[in-house]
Design a protein around this ligand. Structure first.
Ligand code: ADA
Length: 559
């Protein structure tokens, strides 16, 4: 795994990110030409390919042998992987990782080819022309690991608290590529807390899921003020020989719903967050760790305590930084504003289920993730939409019942899905899309939710609010798109939201300006969504200090 900490000592990790790659477009006037690139890389950052929509192949040769695990953090939006010219498989969706395991690889030089495709078509139900950019390329890291042919694929840890204190519920996925059965012991250790040992047995080319628990006395809870993290080490042994080891990281904390409140470790949480796209004029969606860190430094400077991963699962490295720095996360599956017609795309349900399952499987251990979100602003006002929302909430609950579930609605008083989520969440733009005072608009909506919807009595969150501003455009006339207008609108919106009794907080739309699909250019000056409190280069707008002043007046809790 590609994380901010060491995940194995027994595996030989070959970090394939970095230099030594070439990119070759497979279509258009430059088809077949070869350009040196470093990975991660999306081709829109290569001169001449700023708007290339099609297929391109990335190539790298590297030395390895034995049993190999090849992991791709993200390929946008569809990746086809070839190893020494042989197709290993493909993966749809830029925002979750995928891997292949190969055994009996001859020691020596091997050619890895990644064919990325960012074409829009009926085949792609989630990556569609939208208010964010679907880039093309290898958007996250690539890792090769020389491993035993019996290894630990993943370790899930869910903290539980009961009257006697905490315990860690643990689920280990073991895989076996050998032609014969493998059995032995699995050691599970949480340093400073406890350990246990179990027997494992995997049939030929089989796999096994082992579940266990470790009681945890006197642990330190994870929280924004003190983000205490614990590691979990697992070691697979057979005949006292260590075959494989895998380390992951988690935190002891509780997140629960009590009436209208969201409780973190038993305290009523107040979310002061930002919606953030993985987007940059220099890197596209392939942000390096340093750029992620800069964003978090600004969010903390703004006195924010949360990030909403709009509108897709984020890079695990970013989530690692949130874990380490105590930034709360609403993570959501991949969807933005899909109509009922788009939800009826024959690929929609399977592609959405896949990204949801991969999101939870790969990110379940991050203590910073407090809420799972689905289907941002999709058709939650139609019967067909309702069936899709219902199914996805059921999948989420099956995968991880430990976290509350929600989705951000823009359907005002026509949403029919509020009986499904644990939290009622709305995207509202009074004084921008709706020329109505924020306080009045919000009070009216909140009353409707409490008196006429199935969301009555549930926690209530504003998951988007904001206004557009072009950096550098100033107008004493306070017209829209001026920095002054954005600052004033956000002042009104934030006061209305944070002063509303029964509201658990807000995610501002948005942290930074982001690139949008070319076809959105008429709605979006500069072909950008300009509602950031900083622009795409993270240069501050007037609203930056306004937000900082208002957020500074509130803590992380309301009790
Ligand atoms: C919606 C959507 C965001 C963005 C925003 C806007 O709420 O969820 O992705 O498009 O509108 O800027 O209009």
């Amino acid at each position: 795994m590609q994380r901010t900490f060491v995940t194995s000592t027994l595996r030989t990790s070959i970090d394939l990110s970095g230099s030594g790659w070439t990119f070759s477009p497979m279509e258009g006037e430059h088809a077949g030409k070869s350009f040196p690139v470093t990975i991660p890389c999306v081709w829109e950052t290569i001169p001449g390919f700023e708007s290339y929509r099609g297929k391109g192949v990335f190539r790298k040769s590297f030395r390895a042998g034995g049993c190999l695990r090849l992991e791709f953090g993200g390929v946008s939006h569809t990746g086809e992987i070839l190893f020494d010219g042989k197709k290993l498989g493909s993966h749809y969706n830029a925002y979750t990782s995928f891997s292949f395991a190969l055994k009996d690889v001859q020691e020596g030089e091997h050619l890895l080819e990644v064919i990325a495709d960012n074409t829009f078509s009926e085949k792609s139900a989630l990556h569609v022309p939208n208010d964010y950019m679907t880039y093309g390329g290898i958007s996250r890291g690539v890792l090769a690991e020389e491993i035993s042919d019996t290894w630990i694929e993943s370790v899930h840890v869910v903290p539980k608290k009961d009257t006697e204190g905490y315990s860690a519920r643990i689920r280990v996925h073991i895989r076996n590529l050998a032609e014969e059965k493998r059995s032995g012991t699995l050691l599970v250790e949480i340093p400073g807390v406890g350990q246990t040992e179990l027997a494992f047995s995997c049939g030929p080319r089989g796999e096994q899921i082992l579940e266990t628990g470790i009681r945890a006395e006197n642990v330190t809870e994870w929280c924004p003020e003190h983000p205490a993290l614990y590691q979990i080490h697992t070691v697979l042994k057979t005949n006292d020989r260590a075959l494989d080891d895998l380390t992951d990281r988690f935190g002891f904390r509780t997140i629960e719903i009590r009436g209208r409140d969201i409780l973190l470790n038993g305290r009523k949480l107040l979310i002061k967050g930002f919606c953030r796209h993985e987007d940059s004029p220099l890197f596209g969606c392939a942000l390096p760790l340093a750029a992620m860190q800069k964003d978090l430094e600004l969010i903390r400077d703004l006195k924010g305590n949360a990030v909403r991963t709009t509108h897709y699962p984020n890079d695990p490295l970013f989530l690692d930084l949130c874990d380490e720095q105590g930034i709360l996360v609403w993570e959501e599956n991949h969807a933005r504003g899909l109509s009922e017609e788009q939800m009826r795309n024959p690929n929609f349900e399977s592609q959405e289920e896949q990204v949801t399952r991969e999101m939870v499987d790969q990110h379940i251990n991050h203590p910073s993730i407090l809420i799972w979100g689905i289907l941002n602003e999709c058709a939650s006002d139609t019967e067909y939409g309702y069936t899709c929302y219902k199914k996805q909430y059921e999948i989420l609950k099956e995968l991880d019942p430990s976290r509350p579930r929600s989705s951000a609605s823009c359907k005002f008083k026509t949403d029919i899905c509020f009986g499904l989520p644990d939290i009622v969440s709305y995207n509202i733009y009074p004084e921008w899309y709706v020329d109505q005072p924020a306080k009045e608009y919000l009070a009216d909506l909140y009353q409707w939710v409490q008196n006429e919807s199935k969301g009555s009595g549930k926690p209530f969150l504003i998951t988007e609010t904001g206004a557009g501003a072009i950096l550098g455009y100033h107008s004493p006339a306070m017209v829209k798109w001026s920095e002054e207008y954005q600052s004033t609108a956000l002042e009104d919106q934030l006061h209305a939201i944070l002063e509303l009794d029964g509201c658990s907080g807000v995610f501002i739309w948005q942290f930074a300006d982001n690139r949008v699909s070319d076809s959105w250019a008429l709605h979006r000056p500069r072909t950008m969504n300009n509602k950031g409190v900083v622009d795409e280069y993270r240069r501050r707008k007037l609203s930056y200090e306004t937000v900082k002043r208002i957020f500074s007046a509130y803590g992380n809790y309301t009790d």
